[in-house]
Design a protein around this ligand. Structure first.
Ligand code: PLP
Length: 389
């Protein structure tokens, strides 16, 4: 199996696994039980992990709060800010991950008003649109750093400055960006930022929310004093150690790795567009994640394509792993203006530094005949060909 679905999740590396193991056994103590060494070691490991994450993101360890996932960090940031502020308006974009969109929809049912900013054909939010949407009642702006389906990277600093000029908090879902491209919260000037370990070769089920000092949001889980009283529950020390190790490994030689991945991706993209007629690349040509390519092929169904590619040994996706169980076209592809029938024929390829040029060559050899075979079975394609003749 050739794995081209790194935006859905990534493999835990042996080094990350090894960093986690001691916290299941030797250092199994509760990090709140600091009077004996078992607990003290667990706490020490956790606080070292927090310091590592903070240093990489450019903040203080006191501003890092571990969560059980990227989804949890997104839910917390948005609900926590909405509840604390006393204001009743939230601004987000139409192409957010469901962890953001569905949280906003939940708040709408509780009486909040939500503005879903449109995006242009490349998937970019317009700073002018954001400025116009902010009002006295706006509690929070939440715009994702990089899109998980089409890879487009937003001008986060510029958007954040617009929110701050009007005194509004800014959160970014940086789950696709952290560990892949340099992310520094001080440079971005954001108030909150979500990340998730399993997108950068850490374990699933652990994430973090950066909350800038002085930013007040409602606590997530009531109970003990863990995570400075903001998220109760005995901390997942092993996974926290795994997150920090994975992030520190991802950050090492990041530029080299992303250059390598970008070259592979560009070869794949050029190869696909040259070999498959009626294909388009979705997302911004340059402002995109290095490993992301997202295509739409007219006259075919994404599900059929995924199935045939799986039979040929490729793990790819139609867009979002979270939406792939439903047959609705992706809200992201509809938001960039694709008609339903074209959005249906979409394919996301997401590479990591573990992929090779041979794998890309193998993909370029199998994809065009699969697309052609699927089109031969499509009545729409038949009609189209008749129209051409
Ligand atoms: C994967 C992802 C999430 C969810 O993270 P989990 O840790 O899987 O809950 C949120 N936002 C984006 C952009 C993602 O890619």
């Amino acid at each position: 199996m050739i794995y081209f679905d790194n935006a859905a999740t990534t493999a835990v590396t042996p080094a990350v696994r090894d960093a986690m193991l001691p916290y299941f056994t030797e250092y199994f103590g509760n990090p709140s039980s600091i009077f004996y060494s078992l607990g003290a070691e667990a706490r020490k490991g956790m606080e070292e992990a927090r310091a590592t994450v903070a240093e990489i993101l450019g903040c203080s360890p006191r501003e890092i709060f571990f969560t059980a996932s990227g989804s949890e960090a997104d839910n917390w940031a948005i609900r926590g800010a909405a509840l604390k502020s006393g204001k009743k308006h939230i601004i987000t974009s139409a192409i957010e991950h469901h962890a953001v969109i569905h949280t906003c929809e939940f708040l709408e049912k509780q009486g909040w008003r939500v503005t879903y900013l449109p995006v242009d054909a490349d998937g970019l939010v317009s700073p002018a649109d954001l400025e116009a949407a902010i009002c006295d009642d706006t509690a929070l702006v939440s715009i994702m750093y990089a899109n998980n389906e089409i890879g487009t990277i937003q001008p986060i600093r510029e958007l954040c400055e617009i929110a701050h000029k009007k005194g509004v908090l800014f959160h970014t879902d940086a789950v696709q960006a952290v560990g892949t491209v340099p992310v520094n919260v001080a440079d971005l000037c954001v108030d909150m930022l979500s990340l998730s370990a399993h997108k950068f070769h850490g374990p699933k089920g652990i994430g973090a929310l950066y909350i800038k000092k002085g930013v007040r949001i409602e606590r997530l889980i009531h109970g003990g004093a863990q995570e400075r009283g903001m998220r109760a529950g005995t901390e997942n020390t092993a996974y926290i150690a795994g997150l920090a190790k994975a992030l520190s490994d991802a950050t090492e030689k990041m530029e080299e790795k992303s250059e390598y991945v970008r070259k592979l991706r560009d070869k794949l993209t050029a190869g696909v567009l040259a070999a498959v007629p009626h294909a388009r690349l979705n997302g911004h040509a340059e402002k995109r994640l290095p490993g992301n390519a997202n295509f739409s092929f007219r006259f075919i169904e994404g599900e059929g394509l995924l199935l045939h590619l799986a039979l040929a040994g490729f793990a790819v996706s139609s867009g979002s792993a979270c939406a792939s169980a439903s047959l609705d076209p992706s809200h992201v592809l509809l938001a960039i203006g694709l008609p339903h029938e074209i959005a249906h024929g979409s394919l996301r390829v997401s590479l990591s530094a573990d992929n090779t040029e041979e794998e890309v060559d193998a993909f370029l050899a199998v994809l065009p005949p699969i697309v052609e075979r699927l089109r031969q079975m499509s009545p729409l394609y038949e009609e189209f060909l008749k129209g051409e003749n």
